[in-house]
Design a protein. Structure first.
Lengths: 180, 157
């Protein structure tokens, strides 16, 4: 199996860019989509943002200098695209936690999961009320099990800043559970 | 010692990761968190194949559109410069012609042509050239008018 680095070199050197790009796309598209979906909750929005991310990868991969891992770079693009999307939604007043909860419950029920319990609804609401950056850091740490160095590179902060973001997120969720 | 440090660091990271995860699991329980993640990953089997196909099709379409735009722009630019060239050549030739006409002197006109002109305009022969008062520096139109006046005067007399 060709490494990401070998595929990027092939992409940058050859005129037939589609072959190495398709391998990279198929290798990483699930992780990118899941991270975006955790942030926006809505499938259609997550799909749109993920497609935007991959179009940016195509446009900018020639300039990628391999100073970081490809996954760090692509998650950074995904982070920027997702934050932009959420901020635009907030501006037009479209962002609504209750809508996301309905979406979450529909997704859960459509896949033969047992009906969402109270604790699951509390968890989802607790996650949604987190500030975007803390939420993104929490998802990367808990679900993607990334180290703080990588999270710091993705979110454009220091390692200390990434750790602080994660622990602040836990603290906020703890307070939310207490008052729920 | 160095090798020990290298193996210790990932282990330390794992311990820290487990501690971080345990804090959240203590709040909501591992089951709820697993359920949350399953809900995020709930997509149809073909979703990722369709998404990949859509992305690749979108890129191809974008690429083609780009080439078409550049092509039509180039065609327009070539057509515009061709029209400008033709127009400039035409204007240049016309101005050269006018210059050539303006520079013809009486000496350059063949005698035969002057005779033909006088035959077809025989009233000019009846003019009393000696009594006609003309200023040498009159413009050609005024000169003609003066000749016509004199001719009319002669007719009345």
């Amino acid at each position: 199996m060709q490494s990401d680095q070998a595929l990027i070199i092939e992409f940058q050197a050859s005129s037939n860019k589609e072959a190495p790009y398709t391998i990279l796309l198929k290798r990483h598209q699930q992780k990118v989509y899941y991270q975006i979906k955790r942030m926006v909750s809505n499938h259609m929005d997550a799909d749109d943002i993920a497609q935007q991310v991959w179009i940016k990868v195509w446009n900018k991969l020639d300039g990628f200098k391999m100073e970081s891992e490809f996954t760090t770079w692509i998650f950074r693009i995904a982070y920027n695209e997702t934050i932009n999307f959420l901020q635009k939604q907030q501006k037009i007043g479209d962002h609504n936690v209750s809508d996301e909860l309905i979406d979450y419950e529909q997704a859960a029920s459509s896949t033969d999961h047992p009906k969402s319990s109270q604790i699951q609804i509390t968890l989802d609401t607790a996650i949604q009320q987190l500030p975007e950056k803390q939420r993104f850091v929490f998802m990367l740490r808990y679900f993607e099990e990334m180290n703080y160095e990588k999270i710091a590179s993705i979110t454009g902060t220091t390692v200390g800043g990434a750790k602080a973001n994660y622990h602040q997120a836990i603290k906020k969720m703890e307070e939310f559970v207490k008052h729920a | 010692m160095e090798g020990q440090n290298n193996t210790m660091q990932p282990m330390d990271n794992d311990i820290i990761l487990n501690e971080d995860k345990a804090q959240v699991e203590a709040l909501f329980g591992k089951k709820a968190l697993t359920h949350f993640e399953e809900a995020q990953q709930a997509t149809s089997d073909a979703f990722f194949d369709i998404q990949a196909a859509q992305i690749l099709a979108g890129l191809k379409k974008k690429g083609k559109a780009k080439i078409y735009t550049i092509g039509s722009f180039r065609q327009l630019a070539i057509a515009a410069s061709f029209i400008i060239f033709i127009a400039a050549t035409y204007i240049f030739i016309q101005s050269k012609k006018q210059d050539a006409m303006a520079k013809v002197t009486i000496e350059e006109i063949p005698t035969e042509e002057i005779n033909n002109y006088l035959v077809s305009n025989d009233w000019l022969n009846e003019l009393d050239w000696e009594n006609t008062t003309l200023k040498e520096d009159l413009p050609i139109d005024a000169w003609n008018n003066a000749l016509i006046k004199d001719s009319n005067k002669n007719e009345k007399n």
